[in-house]
Ligand binder design. Sequence first.
Ligand SMILES: [Zn+2]
Length: 418
Amino acid sequence: MFAQKKTSPDIQFIDGYVPRGLIDTKSDLRNVPITADGLSPLRFYLKRGCISKIEIIDDFENCSLGLLLPRLVEPHAHIDKAFTWKISPNFAGTYEGALQANLEEYQDRNALIVRLRAENVLKLALKNGLRAIRSHIDSFGLIGSESWDVLLKVKNEWKSLIDLQLVALVPLDYWHTKNGRDLACKVANYKGLFGGVVLPPYKTGKLREDLAKLLELANQSGCGIDLHIDETSLEPGEGLKQLVHVLDQMKIDVPITCSHLSSMALLTPKKINFFADRLAQHQVNVIALPLTNFWLLSRDCKKIPLSRPFAPIKQLQQAGVTVAIGGDNVQDPWFPGGNFDPLSLMSTSMIITQSGPWNRLGLTTFTTSASRVLGLEWDGMFRVGSSADFVLLEADNWSSAMSTPPTRKVMIQGKWIT
Ligand SMILES: [Zn+2]
């Protein structure tokens, strides 16, 4: 099934079924066959690490083709605490339990520990087919500063294989302290992002002031913002409401991302549509994090919760908001599962989002929209001239690819690396 042949020292090609939505509409492939799964049989000729020509495979019914995807994107991770469940479990599975375990474990972190965790993540992510990861980093105090120093080195060491984006995660009002301003300088020097947590109890006046100061600081520093916002079932949509209010008063030029936005789902349909439109007007991106939300929120040890806070992806997409889906926590106190496998995340998320990857909008959350949210150079569409970065799955349809995480091969700039 893994067909990849060399026809000359400089030219090679790769065959596979490709999601139709990932073929650039400008490509001259108007008559390309499309399977019921929305897949098209294509041959990509490669030259000097890029796609040099795309052809339709006419006799595809007689070929054994795998499913061919671009290398994928993880828009929201926490690599500094990945795989800490074993030393810092949270068997109650509550938000409060996770936070407490996280803060206790944080005291024992040092540069070496953080480096080892990050390297484990990157090795796994590379093998699983990721090309970019945005990770939030616990960033307060001395340990936070050491984490940044070591992760900036790791980012540089890995830059040819995986684009690692770092977000400084601190309490919102930390940014206005002396330590916060020092952190902002460091983050800005290395083109990182400013993060923060917007959670109840929401003190309207203080929250607005903190948000406005953070937005101003980010704007002055030229850094994007990615907030953990409304990751709760309490006071639905209140953080979102305050953010929109502040954005109405300011002109912000840097990209803003709302991660989680979970309690928005508990608003009335009319309010959901209203705020979705406002986010679209302000060009705010959203990263939905279904696994941790379903694991942590509205938890009741005696009952299955009947309402599940989780970003209303379809309403947001319909309003024109760019939405990506991320894995968030991996085997840490916030979530005991996960493995930096985008195919596994796609498969598990499908249950929650009721959106299959054979639909364009069901796939963009993992491909083109995720690339857009991270501001990546390549949007993940296949076209002549784009980088020959592929994930070839041992599966010839979506159901097979989603049933168990499939065996795969990863190509970077025309070279197989697995
Ligand atoms: Zn997170």
